[in-house]
Design a protein around this ligand. Structure first.
Ligand SMILES: Cc1cc2nc3c(=O)[nH]c(=O)nc-3n(C[C@H](O)[C@H](O)[C@H](O)COP(=O)(O)O)c2cc1C
Length: 396
């Protein structure tokens, strides 16, 4: 009897300059989450699923200024595991000179294989000074930052990609212009979080915008981002938008095995991971151990795992008391004792564990510098204010 034919992959591998990403899946950069420890966990699941294909796991954002100044926390955040390949780092930048210096540091010291630029941050203290999601409105500033990064990275064959939102709000749409500018400036791919800055994480991502970006940016991959909670969502986004790959953020919080599902889904396999509570407990424990290793400090690692507890337990039968105790855990021994109290045989709960997880937030008026929206050109006064925008973001 002949073996069944292997299912055909849904998409071609992603090509970012010299990099080939077999499975067209990117772990979204998430501040406070996608450190070396979490990336390792996601990577282990991603390469175990489907065909053992690789995907791209991006670091949380670091600020270019802090990197150039070799801030201690920042230098820790750009670390990668010895086996991590490709090594991906996201930079937050507000001016071309600091961007160039930060990229130069990463490439000349061989600290990254891929650099992503963040133009989507909605945090008021960032947008108030014209940074993050507010920045692409100033087209020439945006273009010059991307061009500076590409210029420094190109001789080292390190691809630079851009991650952005649709615009500041529905009346100030930026993504099509920004996509064209990034493409012309030499970006290797563009990713769109299909929301406006004023939506924060609320409402529903508008995947039709990803389709429009795909029609506009023709020579480099276009990646879709926003509200992918399952492999089925990812496949639907690709089918609806024609995008070349997906970027997955909140969907993998407390669910790193989503990367196995995504690898399976894109390899054409229907296989999905549906862990028991015992298996979830083991994953949570492994995540905590990786965090302790990352911080080189058990107390810090245990403090960090606390914020993941509710995500891991979503939908499972676990009482409020044990959830509360887990969210206060101080040591790995305490964690072990609490995990042992969970009903290890409880099966994957299905629907209650699916769907949205992580922050949603509320729509809000975007804090911007005075007169920011009056023109897409940067005034001298605004240029000075933007230069301060990096000071307002912590080392992470
Ligand atoms: C906790 C958290 C931290 C985030 N940090 C970053 C970041 O550092 N850089 C960035 O470009 N986007 C950041 N984002 C946005 C995500 O990368 C992603 O674009 C967004 O969550 C939408 O995708 P999703 O619906 O799959 O979560 C963050 C999102 C969350 C929830």
């Amino acid at each position: 009897m002949s073996a069944p034919a292997a299912a055909a992959p849904v998409l071609a591998p992603l090509r970012f300059g010299p990099l080939t990403i077999d499975s067209p899946v990117v772990l979204a950069p998430m501040a406070g989450i996608t450190n070396r420890a979490f990336r390792r966990l996601c990577r282990e699941y991603g390469s175990a699923g489907g065909t053992g294909a690789n995907a791209l796991y991006v670091s949380e954002m670091i600020t270019s200024r802090a990197l150039v100044e070799r801030n201690e926390l920042t230098m820790k955040l750009i670390e990668h595991d010895p086996g991590e390949s490709p090594r991906s780092t996201q930079l937050y930048s507000v001016d071309p000179v600091t961007t160039a210096a930060a990229v130069r540091l990463l490439v000349t010291e061989d600290r990254a294989d891929h650099i992503d630029l963040n133009f989507g941050c909605p945090v008021p203290k960032v947008t108030r000074r014209g940074g993050g999601g507010a920045l692409p409105w100033k087209k020439e500033l945006f273009r010059s930052i991307v061009a500076a990064a590409v210029r420094e990275a190109e001789p080292y064959d390190v691809p630079v990609t851009v991650k952005m939102r649709m615009g500041i709000d529905v009346d100030h749409v930026t993504y099509l212009d920004a996509g064209r500018l990034a493409e012309a400036a030499g970006a290797a791919a563009v990713a769109l979080h299909a929301r406006y800055v004023d939506q924060a994480y609320s409402g529903v991502a508008d995947w039709s915008a990803i389709a429009r970006l795909k029609e506009t940016v023709r020579s480099i991959p276009v990646l879709g981002n926003g509200d992918i909670w399952s492999a089925e969502d990812a496949l639907r986004l690709v089918a609806e938008s024609g995008c070349d790959g997906v970027v997955v953020g909140r969907g993998c919080l407390g669910r790193p095995w989503l990367f196995a599902d995504l690898a399976n889904g894109f390899a054409g396999s229907p296989e999905r991971v549906t862990p028991t509570l015992g298996e979830v407990g083991a994953t949570l424990r492994r995540h905590a151990a990786y965090l302790c290793d990352f911080y080189e400090d058990e107390a810090k690692g245990c403090r960090d795992i606390r914020k993941h507890i509710a995500w891991y337990l979503k939908g499972f039968p676990a009482g409020s008391q044990i959830r509360h105790q887990l969210a206060l855990v101080n040591t790995l021994a305490d964690l072990d004792a609490l995990i042992a109290d969970l009903d290890a045989s409880a099966p994957w709960p299905g629907a209650p564990a699916e769907g949205q997880r992580g922050r949603a937030g509320n729509p809000r008026r975007v804090a911007l510098p005075d007169g920011w929206l009056d023109s897409q050109e940067l005034t001298a006064e605004q240029a000075a204010l933007v230069a301060e925008a990096e000071d307002s973001v912590s080392g992470g």
